[in-house]
Design a binder for this molecule. Sequence first.
Ligand code: M7G
Length: 337
Amino acid sequence: MTLKELVSKFNFERVLDSNPQTKSLVLLGSIESQSAIISLEKTPFSVVLLGSIESQSAIISLEKTPFSVESQSSSETVSDLLKRIDEVKLNTINDIYHWGLSTLVQDLEKNASAKLNLIYPATAVHIKKYAQQQQFLINETPEMYVKYVEPYIQTMIGDRIKWVRNILFEGAEAEKTIYKDPIEDKEGFNLSPDMKWDGVNMDSLYLLAIVYREDVRSLRDLNISHQKWLREVNAKIRKIVADRYKGQIKPDQLRLFVHYQPSYYHFHIHVVNILHPGLGNGIAAGKAILLEDVIEQLSFLGEKGFKNRTISYVIGENHDLWKLGLKGEHEKSLSAY
Ligand code: M7G
């Protein structure tokens, strides 16, 4: 029997594993009453392309979508997925092991083949951010923050965060918004799908909570006066998401975290399914800090809060802050190793 024939006889029993990062799915079933395991894995590509559209820079990122079976109403059943296996080309058989390549029939609504992001017109900051580069772990002291980072933030809060104000005050992405406090609520926030989410696969659920207040640019601006507010925001986000996706995710299955340095200096919280192992460095130590840890630390940092401590994080050599002075400070401190 050919591999294709074997696959077509597969009687699905249950999903053994699914992983949104490796975009793989392992299925248990049987073929002619013998147990069989099919693993499907999207062939890799995850590319970020720089080009131009009508002579303005543009960045396109393409990423294969993970399998999305029965995790949400819009996703498909496993038997639908199995029917989509089209051509199958055998590579090798050894004993009970068979492997090869297949094509899947695609459908834009239920199982698009790739997630496509376009940034256009892309700024120099975007181009530098997305380019592969060397990374370094630095220790940013309170003095370094005042000398280099604070002035830098002032240059990064105009047009660069227009998309944030569009969401908060101009109704952008409104049809996708999950929750919105009244605009007059100074302690309120907006919760929307992050552009990193494909909007379908619950395992990779990725939302973004953006607060209304504009006096908190980053973690550095938080102090003890914000602790109660952050506790409430944390609890509220967990409840809203669990209510919205009832039966699919629980309040304690969400990872809430902030980035330091963030790319955008208007305080926001990443809200991600704990199953999601992250995209790039987004959830790695040296970039992401759990909201619970932030809240807890505020008890120990005095009135100045995070302005009072050294923060260690990973920075790329293309980052403007690196060139504006962090590199020099870092090199001075290297004698400590
Ligand atoms: P960050 O920690 O400032 O930077 O997070 P990062 O991009 O290095 O993670 C900003 C978050 O906002 C990221 O998770 C982005 O994917 C998300 N994001 C950025 N933009 C421009 C948009 C947008 O226009 N809409 C939505 N919904 N999310 C966005």
